[in-house]
Design a binder for this molecule. Sequence first.
Ligand SMILES: Nc1ncnc2c1ncn2[C@@H]1O[C@H](COP(=O)(O)OP(=O)(O)O)[C@@H](O)[C@H]1O
Ligand SMILES: [Mg+2]
Length: 334
Amino acid sequence: MDQPSATEPDPEGSDDGAGGDAGGDRSVIRTRGLTKRYRGGQLAVDGLDLTVPAGSVFGFLGPNGSGKTTTIRMLMGLIEPTSGTARVLGRPMPRASRDVLPQVGALIEGPALYGFLSGRDNLVRYDAADPTADPRTRTTRVAAALDRVGLAAAAGKKAKAYSLGMKQRLGLAAALLQPRSLLVLDEPTNGLDPQGMREIRSLVRELASDGTTVFLSSHLLDEIEQVCTHAGVMARGRLITQGSVADLAAGARGRLVVTTPDTAETARVLKEQGVGDVVIAEDRVTSDPPDGELSDINAALVTAGVRVRGFAVERASLEDAFVALTGEGFDVAG
Ligand SMILES: Nc1ncnc2c1ncn2[C@@H]1O[C@H](COP(=O)(O)OP(=O)(O)O)[C@@H](O)[C@H]1O
Ligand SMILES: [Mg+2]
């Protein structure tokens, strides 16, 4: 890996003073007021202050069209921001692209592949294009990457015969040819079947346990909850919140769930007890958690003769947090 010069002057470094993170900054990605307005006038990304801690698996969550890919393309130096700054591995982008990008494995909106070449030969070409890659160890490196993503058996097939999931995994293999400080994956499970999604997720977990910071975008809430330690939530070009997944979910209140055959009576008692947002769905009655004692609610139900099969406060999910923050549901279809 080439040595980034520690003494290189950094004209965009002035934000370090204001941000107060000079030197000891442990963030791998950090943006300040990052904004992109496309030529047509579309404001795709609006004043993003994003902080991705080192060693995290950071889920960049948002419905389709919320600005995730545009942000990632700015982080990778592929497009210029309209205003604001982005630092990746502590260096300003896109100015330090030449030093930063060799340390970053990226998979953005479907990998560019040669359909007429085998999966293996596609990786050989990728590897050969990297001036820091030793040609003597190329075969081993390519085989290891193919193995890692589960494509060893299909390595000799032409890439155009690959399924979408296999293409996605081949793109991931290309990003894994070298050890990386950071992996940036734009919707890596998009278009995959459930089995393919599971494989990518376990791969991401495995990479993260090696200490690689992973930044992955997704429009799937449960995916972020399953894989990520941290998340940032995008809606209409703006970052609504960011933090650890546990903290984000804790910020949203859970739901009281009563499972009972006597739903109407349960709903009446809950309302009588001053509990808000009572909803009946089949054999369950859910509501906001009560302000007072949970046991008082349970006692009131029993006194009213309600047959209670289940009584619990369910933990808030990231989805609850999203709904609470945006006041709208999560638009999966985009
Ligand atoms: N090249 C482009 N020119 C103009 N508008 C674009 C371009 N790329 C994306 N957009 C618009 O910017 C917004 C954000 O898009 P995008 O970053 O692709 O969101 P996401 O990745 O979250 O789906 C969308 O409204 C999209 O239509
Ligand atoms: Mg996208």
